[in-house]
Ligand binder design. Sequence first.
Ligand code: PEP
Length: 252
Amino acid sequence: MRKKVVAGNWKCNTTLQEGVDLAKAVNNVVNEKGADDVVVVLGTPFTHITKAIENVDTKRIGVSAQNCAAEAKGAFTGEVSAAMIKSTGAEYVILGHSERREYYGETSETLNKKLALSLENGLTPIYCCGEPLEIREAGNQKEYVIKQLKETIFNLSADEFGKIIVAYEPIWAIGTGKTATTEQAQEMHKDIRDSIADQFGEEVANNTSILYGGSCNPKNANELFANPDVDGGLIGGASLKADDFIQIINAY
Ligand code: PEP
């Protein structure tokens, strides 16, 4: 049975103190309300991971990095390895976010190295895919996204694939206030699940959590999460406001 997941992606936002306050605020409500049927994840900057972990009940809330190095270790100034992330107590790592693909030249080749290192080190990758606006306007979103999957996560073994979370994030909806309609989200999530079934079989496909990301907020979360193939959300802007993020968690 696949899990429902609501994961925040704080991106390059919050000072350490602001991040601790945000983690505490989310933790208080999650602890009060239970939210036991939803896996809650906070995707913090590297600098905040340890403190975030100290300030949440890690049985209820997982902490995620937003990237990791493509190399295991060595002379790679400024990089943070999967092993380092794991050693903090973080459990997740967001990989392949469109901002990393676009601004930092992340390719499928780099992503394959990052996926392998994350899995070797026992981290759960939250693998992002999604099409730009021109591809959506041309109606080629399915081919585009399936190609991203084929070049990366479909190279994993079924056992490895069973450990990852997929996030479908149409680039035109990220941070734009423009959300995919519930039909657009469901259609693509179903396409992704079907392609996983073709690659790894029905059981793996049915057990894979596929999250929606792109201007998800307290007003639209309910409708988006009601889709049979939408298993939660990867939340950017709205994860920076504790009240909004909590309302999204409670949309389940
Ligand atoms: C994201 O960047 O992963 C994201 C979904 O951002 P937003 O919710 O702000 O659109």
